[in-house]
Design a protein around this ligand. Structure first.
Ligand SMILES: NC(=O)c1ccc[n+]([C@@H]2O[C@H](COP(=O)([O-])OP(=O)(O)OC[C@H]3O[C@@H](n4cnc5c(N)ncnc54)[C@H](O)[C@@H]3O)[C@@H](O)[C@H]2O)c1
Length: 251
């Protein structure tokens, strides 16, 4: 079977763990040169090393995506090393959640910065390069929280709805330049570094009750959707929000 991302250069933010790690491994297996970006230097380097050990092409660039200069440098480093940027997967995200009346303004601002403003940075610098190339695919990680109400998700819902709006706006502005921009809206997928307590059975029960398929998703479920949006198979799809949610938003 032929490779699905032959010769493509892909940046994946939050690539050290979870969905980003799964996508990094999958994209590399499908022929992409993968640039793993993450604040987690040890984990990110390990993913790049694993890809290289398996015969793929990868590097790690330590990046805090909430710092605009670091995101600009990430894109610049990628283009200096590989000459182009075909796929920008703005996957990283960190959330602090509570019902709004109980949320501190500090936690609101933290979540908006680390889930929305950083996606704007990632899009902005990727688009500057992709506009020069007249081609590219931007993938932004939203959430079902950005589409439907989920108890206690206030700041997460606001930031991810913002990601969806930004995605559609970019699709409209940059479609004429040959650049596509889509979002993925995952349902519940066990994560590794979020501040939500996964040992809380009430939280797990609530999330599973939302999903007709009655299992949580896996990072690989989401990576498979990202691969489709990264590849030329989706070349006439832009401005779309692809739910990967076990049917949650069909209920
Ligand atoms: N897991 C879920 O249930 C779920 C549901 C909907 C949306 N999402 C979204 O999916 C994305 C990936 O989440 P995940 O479940 O894989 O989480 P995860 O905690 O397993 O991994 C997130 C990765 O992002 C990195 N990261 C966090 N902040 C960063 C920063 N400022 N700069 C660089 N890297 C940073 C972390 O170090 C980590 O490697 C996030 O945007 C999240 O909001 C997750």
């Amino acid at each position: 079977m032929s490779l699905r991302l032959p010769g493509k250069v892909a940046v994946i933010t939050g690539g050290a763990a979870g969905q980003g790690r799964a996508a990094a491994l999958l994209f590399a297996r499908e022929g992409a040169t993968v640039v793993v970006a993450d604040v987690d230097e040890k984990g990110g380097q390990a993913v790049a090393d694993d890809i290289k050990a398996a015969g793929g092409s990868a590097s790690f660039v330590g990046t805090d995506v909430t710092d605009e200069d670091q995101v600009a440098a990430l894109v610049e480093t990628t283009v200096d090393a590989h000459g182009r940027l075909d796929v920008m997967y703005n996957n990283a995200g960190l959330v602090r959640m509570a019902p709004i009346a109980d949320l501190s303004t500090e936690d609101w601002e933290f979540t908006i910065s680390s889930e929305l403003t950083q996606v704007y940075y990632g899009c902005k610098y990727a688009l500057r390069q992709m506009r020069r190339q007249e081609t590219g695919s931007v993938i932004n990680t939203a959430s079902t929280s950005g589409l439907v109400g989920i108890p206690g998700h206030g700041p997460h819902a606001a930031s991810k709805a913002g990601v969806i709006g930004l995605t559609r706006s970019i699709a409209v502005d940059y479609g004429p330049h040959g650049i596509r921009c889509n979002a993925i809206a995952p349902g519940f997928v066990p994560f590794t570094k979020q501040t939500v307590d996964l040992s809380n059975p009430q939280f797990i029960d609530m999330m599973l009750a939302l999903q007709p398929l009655k299992r949580s998703g896996t990072p690989e479920d989401v990576a498979a959707a990202a691969l489709f949006l990264a590849s030329d198979e989706s070349s006439w799809i832009t401005g779309h929000v692809l739910t990967v949610d076990g049917g949650q938003t069909a209920m």
